[in-house]
Design a protein around this ligand. Structure first.
Ligand SMILES: [Fe+2]
Length: 454
């Protein structure tokens, strides 16, 4: 069935369509007609523009939204640099370790004491938010809802949130979004939100994109449908707090540092909005998976959900790739992924189930692996043995499972927390996975060797 069967029912309405121009009003008539900034917007609202790209960005990538608010965002106390108990999101203060070894992590711990903002741990990354170039990879683990008078935003990049356990009830400026495991959410740079945890502790992964915004991959000869279809992306409808006064705390992630400011009006006061810059969610169960129906194992780019291109055509700062349940039917084919050295770096995680390229229990839900630039990897010895001798009947793999990959053209460094402090790195990853591989090469009697000498 091409839709995930969620145990927690949906509770919000959405608008459908990736990259579509959307508009929504929580009070009839709150959206001005025929003008963005009339002398007096309806009902005494203020018009505020939220720019996600430069004013002059070409139309195909221009992303802006107009918000109609009770009060503008500008009225607040000065931001104070860092809270005493801040998040672990500081690239500058955290030395990055560039490691050519294959790395794999045991499941990251739950952290019931933390809220969303303080449960973010930067595990890996590349580039620099001040240059708007690169990406950060976070593990999040939280057990407490953010306070109802708080709002967080990142000025550093777009958050692509991959939930592994729990439920995220997200109140954004532009409306509410419910996220359950197997759904992902993108919250673009600057959009303010708070997260409630109605089902207790949550854990998962975040790719923060410092460069540009996510888009759907080109489909080439596949045609005009398949992979993630545009209509399956869901965008919130406008919703605002009825009570608009009180003391509110704004938390800003700004170059990896956390700043706070206070204001005497709610940030959740957008009564209506229209535009192309908004948060959205997507059910990974709706992904239309493509594969070979003859032979060989295609490149994993056929599993790309969202991509963030670099300036070089076909080369991504970040691809978000999934490995959903799918049929394998290839004839005379080694069906798992091939052995591989890649100019791109590959960070993988597992939402649930067992990833079909590994037979051992080392790659577990809430764990991760990193195969950096030109780090050799591939099926472990058990998988190789099994797949080399399997009877090649049509078979379904990955049932009940969802692995994913953050792939980047950049060399991804690992933070001190990721390499040591989290205490999750598996020391025996290579020894368990590939060292046991045996050589089977044998030249049969009578086959002539070819000399390379003239
Ligand atoms: Fe690979």
């Amino acid at each position: 069935m091409p839709v995930t069967q969620f145990s927690t029912p949906e509770k919000y309405k959405y608008q459908n369509g990736f990259g579509s121009y959307h508009e929504s009003e929580a009070v009839e008539g709150a959206l001005p007609v025929g003008a963005n900034s009339p002398q007096k917007p309806p009902y005494g609202l203020y018009a505020e523009k939220l720019s996600g790209t430069a004013f002059t960005a070409p139309r195909y990538e221009n992303q802006q939204s107009w918000l109609y608010k009770v009060l503008p965002s500008a009225a607040h106390s000065p931001f104070v640099p860092r809270e005493a108990n801040s998040c672990e999101a500081n690239l500058e203060g955290d030395k990055m370790h560039q490691v050519p070894n294959q790395l794999r992590w045991d499941p990251f711990d739950l952290n019931p004491e933390m809220d969303w903002v303080h449960g973010l741990k930067l595990v890996a990354g590349a580039g620099d938010p001040t240059l708007k170039h690169g990406l950060g990879i976070f593990i999040f683990a939280a057990g407490k809802s953010m306070d109802s008078n708080e709002a967080f935003y990142s000025a550093d990049g777009d958050f692509l949130i991959v939930l592994q356990i729990g439920v995220l009830d997200i109140q954004t400026e532009l409306g509410r979004i419910l996220i359950r495991p197997n759904e992902i959410c993108v919250i673009p740079r600057g959009i303010r939100y708070r997260i409630e945890l109605p089902n207790g502790p949550v854990r998962g992964y975040i790719l923060e994109l410092y460069s540009g915004h996510f888009q759907l991959p080109e489909l080439g000869p596949i045609g005009s449908n398949c992979l993630a279809n545009a209509r399956d992306f869901q965008v919130p409808v406008a919703a605002f707090d009825e009570c608009t006064t009180g003391t509110y705390k704004i938390l800003s992630k700004f170059n990896g540092h956390l700043f706070t400011a206070t204001q005497n009006h709610t940030p959740y006061d957008v009564v209506a909005w229209h535009g192309l810059y908004y948060p959205f969610k997507y059910d990974l169960g709706r992904f239309n998976t493509i594969g070979s129906i003859s032979y060989d194992h295609p490149d994993p780019s056929i599993f790309t959900v969202l991509t963030a291109p670099s300036d070089h055509v076909g080369t991504a700062i970040a691809d978000f790739v999934i490995f959903p349940p799918r049929w394998l039917v290839g004839e005379d084919t080694f069906r798992p992924p091939w052995y591989h050295r890649n100019t791109m770096s590959e960070f993988m995680g597992l939402i649930g189930g067992q990833y079909d390229a590994k037979t051992g229990g080392g790659f577990q839900p809430a764990g991760a692996s990193l195969h950096n630039i030109m780090s050799a990897h591939g099926p472990d010895s058990g998988t190789h043995e099994k797949a080399s001798n399997a009877q090649l009947k049509p078979m379904k793999v990955g049932e009940g499972s969802m692995a994913f990959m953050f792939e980047s053209c950049l060399m991804v460094g690992v933070t001190e927390w990721g390499l040591r402090e989290c205490r999750k790195v598996q020391e025996d990853y290579n020894a368990e996975s590939w060292t046991p591989l045996e050589a089977h090469f044998k030249v049969p009697d009578g086959v002539k060797k070819v000399s390379n000498s003239v």
